[in-house]
Each structure stands twice: as structure tokens, then as C-alpha cells.
Design a protein around this ligand. Structure first.
Ligand code: ADP
Ligand code: MG
Length: 289
């Protein structure tokens, strides 16, 4: 039996809404994965893990050295980030703030390996990722980074449980094991009773909690959230923020969250302010970033 093909980047990156045809084939895709794994009997033969990719836990979670990023728009180069350097210790919660267009999403996308820098170094857990080839970068991202977006990006034809399962199926885990872990995570985010509901049967806050569970299932040590409460009312937003903050405190995950909201940023241990693609120095931090 031939291994299933990798999903196109528009699903695995989760930065774009998946296309309708992709949603339609997803149940078949998952069933194929499961059949493939059953046929392989020993699942460790088909694992996608690369032992060289293990994080070095003694390192900073994130280190950026003089990172710049420009986008080409026709003949004009738009400078989104300019010579940004920062370090984020593991197990901390960092908020990234700044006006619209200041480069917050670009910063998160560079750290999540969704885009590559024009110059400079991006190092996650001691592993430089700025010069990895596409395959290694995709693998690294799947194992080390969980992504949460403002728009939730759940697959509409699948239940909450199936949505949470998918990152594990893509890593080659059997469906039965994935379902057990997904059920545990849905319980963790307070949604056990909604496991079989489709996204359109859930409120915005519930959908975002499903997205948080999905971001957690690959046990990624780094969670990146781009305005995770931007589409939520203040009560649901507060619930999602408390959930994210508790993951840092209880599980030692490292979280970076973009937000416009000073109240949301108050959950964080530190705040990085961006302006015109550069970090505004914070005098209270003794120049550490
Ligand atoms: P923020 O998230 O703070 O609103 P972004 O990182 O999205 O800012 O964008 C920073 C700058 O880069 C903006 O001027 C924006 O227009 C530009 N930009 C972002 N993404 C692209 C892209 N894919 N192509 C061209 N320009 C882009
Ligand atoms: Mg943005």
C-alpha cells in the first residue's frame, strides 16, 4: 500500500482557510491514513519523526538575530520587519503588540516557519530554521509549533473531535490513538459534550477552544497565537486567554500571542511592542531584547 500523500500547504500551514474540495476529501484522506497504518502493522515504521530535530531544552525557546523581511509588491519592496533581534525563554508567555501593519503577523509567521526571512537568523530551541529546506521545515513545524488563528480555521465538514485528531493523523499516528488523545484535550478545554458537533454547531468561543485543543495535540512546546480573541466577545475571549495562560503555567509551554488588546496582553509575562517593523525598546527590560 502506498503512503498517503502529504496535504497541501494551505491545510498544514493553517494560515489560509482550506478550500472546499480539500474539506470534501478530508474524511477519505483520514480513512486512507488509517488503512495504511493498519496495513503497516508496526506504526513506528512509518513515523515521520526526524531524531535530529529534537529540541535542545537548555536553549532559548526562540532567538531571532537581526531578522529582516521584505515582501515584493510588483516593483516595490515592502519592508515588514527590519533587523529584529529577540530572545524568548522557554515556559514564558509573551504578548506582541503594535499598530496594524507594524509587522506582528510577519514576526509570528517567521517564528512559526510559515515564511522565511529575507536576512537574519531564526533559531527555535537551538535549531536554526531559517535555512531548512521545505520538507525539514514542515516536519519541524508540525512537531514543535502549534498555531492558533483569529479565524479558527476548523474544517467545517468534520466534528470537533476529528478536527483535533488531524495533526496526529498527519504525523502517522493511528486513528484510535488520535481519538483518545483528542477526547482528553477536548475535556481539557471544557468541550467533552461537544465532541461530535461540527464547527457551525459551536459558538465562536467554543470553536476557538477546539482550535486550541488542535494546536496542543502534537505536544508542540511552542504555541503561536495571532489575535486569538479577535473574533470573540469579551467573556469568551477571557476564557480562551485563561486557557492559554494556564498551558504556560501548568505544562511549561512557550506562548507568543499577537494582540491589540491591552487587557489580553496583561495575561503575559512580557510584552514586545512593534512599530514600523522594529521592536520599541522597553527601558524596564535593561535591553535584554
Ligand atoms: P500586522 O500583523 O502588525 O498588522 P503584518 O505583519 O501583517 O502586520 O504586515 C506588515 C507589513 O507587511 C504591512 O505593511 C503589510 O502590508 C505588509 N505585508 C504583510 N504581508 C504581506 C504580503 N504577503 N505581501 C505584501 N506585503 C505584505
Ligand atoms: Mg496581523
Amino acid at each position: 500500500m502506498i503512503p498517503p500523500p502529504m496535504l497541501p500547504a494551505c491545510w498544514t500551514n493553517l494560515s489560509n482557510a482550506p478550500t472546499a474540495p480539500l474539506n470534501a476529501i478530508m474524511p477519505v484522506y483520514c480513512a486512507y491514513w488509517n488503512a495504511f497504518l493498519m496495513a503497516a502493522k508496526r506504526t513506528d515504521k512509518v513515523t515521520l519523526r526526524d531524531s535530529k530535530m529534537s529540541p535542545n531544552t537548555g536553549q532559548n525557546a526562540v532567538q531571532l538575530n537581526a531578522v529582516s523581511k521584505s515582501y515584493q509588491q510588483g516593483k516595490i519592496a515592502v519592508k515588514a520587519l527590519h533587523q529584529v533581534s529577540l530572545t524568548i525563554p522557554p515556559g514564558t508567555f509573551t504578548a506582541v503588540m503594535g499598530a496594524s501593519g507594524s509587522g506582528k503577523s510577519t514576526l509570528l509567521h517567521l517564528i512559526g516557519g510559515l515564511t522565511t526571512p529575507s536576512s537574519g537568523e531564526v533559531i527555535l530551541f537551538g535549531q536554526p530554521i531559517h535555512d531548512l529546506d521545505d520538507n525539514r521545515l514542515t516536519r519541524f513545524r508540525r512537531e514543535q509549533v502549534g498555531l492558533i488563528f483569529q479565524a479558527f480555521n476548523l474544517l467545517p465538514t468534520m466534528s470537533a473531535l476529528e478536527n483535533v485528531c488531524l495533526p496526529l493523523l498527519i504525523q502517522g499516528k493511528p486513528l484510535r490513538e488520535a481519538r483518545i488523545q483528542a477526547a482528553e484535550l477536548l475535556e481539557r478545554v471544557g468541550l467533552s459534550s461537544r465532541a461530535s458537533h461540527r464547527p457551525d454547531e459551536l459558538s465562536g468561543g467554543q470553536q476557538q477552544r477546539v482550535a486550541v485543543a488542535r494546536a496542543l495535540i502534537n505536544a508542540a512546546p511552542l504555541l503561536l497565537a495571532d489575535e486569538p480573541t479577535g473574533n470573540l466577545d469579551s467573556k469568551s475571549g477571557e476564557e480562551v486567554l485563561s486557557l492559554i495562560a494556564s498551558l504556560v503555567r501548568e505544562q511549561g509551554r512557550t506562548v507568543m500571542m499577537v494582540t491589540h488588546d491591552a487587557k489580553a496582553a496583561a495575561h503575559a509575562d512580557q510584552i514586545i511592542q512593534l512599530s514600523d517593523g522594529q521592536i520599541i525598546p522597553d527601558p524596564s527590560r535593561d535591553g535584554r531584547n
